[in-house]
Design a binder for this molecule. Structure first.
Ligand code: FE2
Length: 405
């Protein structure tokens, strides 16, 4: 994030001595892009390079699913089984070389620590609250938060209580950033941006833990998970400063941009990644032009895969799509409001829809989880005459005229 943060004790000059109880502390600089990108400087009680033991490397397994036909999809995840912590409960839904989309229903604290060494992560907290303990300090999270966790930050999720949480996790090969058009040349958020610096929340407290023992760490690297055991608590930082740190942004703080006729999704953009963008739909007044059709026109986003995760409310251009479902409108096909919804929308002045959209600029590969959650009738939901007795997508009978296949 393009703003400076400072916590705890740091020396007046970088790369100079800092002592604590007779110990010269270990300075660590973590940075991106060969230290041309954002970086932070940490001061540890002990050397962060120390490892007690090195465990197994576990390649991430991806069971790909290739649907028999290229059609629209709806994946119902409301009843996705819960179990595991914020890392072990993750299940991969879709991916390409730029971004991975995981669903997660954690129900316990992470017993070990986690660090992604090859990708940034965006955790959208649909349901749940707690604290993410990080080497840079405690970061509280709650319902509706986006958690922006840069690569390289050791952390663990500690939920409030035993209630099952629901997370949507995006893993991004490139950096995830605030769109440049929201910022001035100094990095400051502009007045027209849908959020301001006061809406971005970094760590609130730095706890320096001086403990020896066995501390498990899982590092994601090279497409797999590498286990280690550290000989001391990873949160032994007495101070840090810099621009690289985790932060949160809550949906409730977004200030949606509106127009008198229907604006396209880029006005709802929240983050940009390398090869994808994230948009957020939140409650707002809508299209007040007297002749407006206040829901989306039919459209073909020709070189994007539109994946929408439904959070709450009634999504005006979709019917029969449940909370925690995801629709995938892949490239090459047109989609839009289902029959009757445009007419029904006339005169509407407000929407209560809440949804998160990932537009991937390269095709998404689906997984066996997508196959298990897929609702084949969705592909037929625009075709009124055949909705009632839609054949399965894999049905070899000829497609009815006009069917979206
Ligand atoms: Fe769309």
């Amino acid at each position: 994030m393009t703003r400076y943060q400072r916590f705890g004790e740091v020396p007046a000059k970088r790369h100079t001595q800092l002592w604590r109880d007779g110990r010269l502390l270990t300075e660590e600089v973590i940075g991106l892009d060969g230290f041309d990108g954002p970086a932070s400087t940490l001061y540890h009680l002990r050397q962060p390079m120390q490892v007690r033991s090195v465990g197994a490397f576990r390649p991430l397994e991806r069971t790909e699913w290739q649907p028999e036909a290229h059609v629209h999809h709806c994946f119902e995840s409301r009843d996705l089984p819960a179990g595991g912590d914020a890392l072990t409960s993750r299940r991969l839904l879709a991916f390409n070389d730029d971004v991975e989309v995981w669903l997660s229903r954690p129900d316990r604290t992470m017993t070990g620590w986690y660090r992604n060494g090859e990708a940034d992560e965006v955790v959208f907290v649909h349901e749940g609250s707690g604290t993410i303990e990080t080497v840079l300090g405690d970061l509280p999270y709650r319902d509706g938060d986006y958690v922006l966790m840069p690569r390289g930050i050791t952390h663990r999720f500690v939920p409030d209580g035993p209630a099952v949480q629901r997370h949507l996790v995006l893993v991004s090969r490139g950096m995830v950033e605030v769109p440049s058009r929201y910022r001035n040349r100094y990095g400051q958020l502009l007045e027209h941006a849908p959020f301001a610096e006061r809406d971005l929340h970094g760590p609130v407290a730095l706890r320096t833990i001086d403990e020896s023992g066995d501390f498990p760490l899982t590092l994601r690297i090279n497409g797999g998970l590498q286990d280690y055991v550290l000989p001391h608590h990873p949160c032994d930082v007495v101070g840090w400063d810099g621009y690289l740190f985790p932060w949160t942004l809550n949906l409730a703080d977004l200030e949606p941009l509106t127009k008198q006729i229907h604006p396209p999704p880029p006005v709802h953009q929240t983050f940009e990644g390398d090869g994808f963008m994230v948009c957020t739909f939140v409650p707002r007044p809508i299209d007040w032009h007297p002749e407006a059709v206040p829901i989306p026109y039919s459209h073909a986003n020709l070189n994007s895969e539109e994946l929408i995760y439904y959070v709450a409310g009634n999504f005006g251009s979709r019917k029969g799509v449940d909370v925690a479902s995801l629709t995938l409108h892949p490239s090459g096909l047109t989609h839009g409001p289902q029959p009757g919804l445009s007419e029904a929308s006339l005169g509407t002045t407000h929407t209560d829809e809440v949804a998160v959209m990932v537009d991937a600029f390269r095709p998404l590969q689906l997984t066996s989880l997508a196959r298990d959650l897929d609702r084949p009738d969705y592909a037929w939901s625009w075709t009124e005459a055949v909705v009632a007795d839609a054949p399965a997508v894999s049905d070899p009978t000829p497609s009815p005229p006009g069917a979206p296949v």
